[in-house]
Design a protein around this ligand. Structure first.
Ligand code: ZN
Length: 248
């Protein structure tokens, strides 16, 4: 398709790509988006299950949701779209991935500069003493919830719950990448969750070409996207890679 070729050409010419990703890129990896359809938020009210005060008051209740989500994340493998971003980095064309996802799949696909705006579910952190430990199949079997070996308090995935701040280092790193990239790929995100959704606008203001890959148009499409590629990122990104002459 003509547009794949156009996008491949500007990636080859400009390099310095930063990807901004959301739930859509992980759907093909077996992780349903939180909102809509099979999403966890259809089953669990986020205000009762993803709110920091709710966690601190009723960790055993919140862990029923976290246990289900942990299982899904631990059993997921990177999608063709994740692997395409890994290949772009290995080819020296991609500098960073800024993700709203917490599944750690970008790192598994070989990306080394991953900025996790909402944290990482594969790490468990103690809200009391900040002790960290890896999430494992064994840790999620512990009832009513996994506990901190240091202080005995309930562990929580190291993700940003409602009522918590986005990690300051993630914000600083994301802003720096958005302001210095020459191409931003928007992948699998509807652009409704703020402040993360500001990032592509920042890149556009700084002069980056904006390439959007989504299943349907979003607020980015008519405002800042120079190229809109409609479809699944697991189909579109490998097609762009083939045009560039790279293997997954
Ligand atoms: Zn602790």
């Amino acid at each position: 398709m003509e547009t794949h070729r156009d996008v491949a050409a500007i990636i080859k010419e400009r390099g310095n790509v930063v990807a901004f990703t959301g739930a859509g890129i992980s759907v093909d990896a077996g992780i349903p988006a939180f909102r809509g359809g099979q999403g966890l938020w259809e089953k669990y009210d986020p205000m009762e299950y993803a709110q920091i005060d709710a966690f601190l008051r009723h960790p055993e209740k919140v862990w029923t949701m976290l246990r289900e989500m942990s299982g899904v994340i631990l059993r997921a493998d990177p999608s063709p779209a994740h692997r395409a971003l890994g290949a772009l980095e290995r080819a020296g064309l991609l500098n960073a991935v800024i993700t709203q996802n917490v599944d750690g799949l970008h790192q598994m696909a070989g990306n080394t500069n991953v900025i996790e705006y909402h944290g990482n579910h594969r790490q468990l952190k103690c809200p009391t003493c900040s002790g960290m430990t890896a999430l494992t199949e064994d840790s999620i079997k512990v009832l009513p919830y996994p506990i901190c070996e240091e202080c005995g308090d309930p562990l929580k995935p190291d993700v940003v719950f409602f009522g918590e701040q986005i990690p300051a280092t993630a914000v600083l790193r994301a802003n720096r990448e958005a302001n210095s990239c020459r191409i931003m790929l928007i992948i699998g995100t509807s652009g409704v969750v703020y402040p993360a959704a500001d990032i592509p606008f920042m890149a556009a203001s700084a002069g980056a070409a904006i390439v959007e890959i989504n299943l349907s148009p979003t607020p980015f499409t008519s405002s800042i996207a120079n190229h809109f590629l409609e479809g699944s990122s697991s189909t579109v990104l490998p097609a762009i890679l083939r045009e560039i002459g790279l293997a997954l």
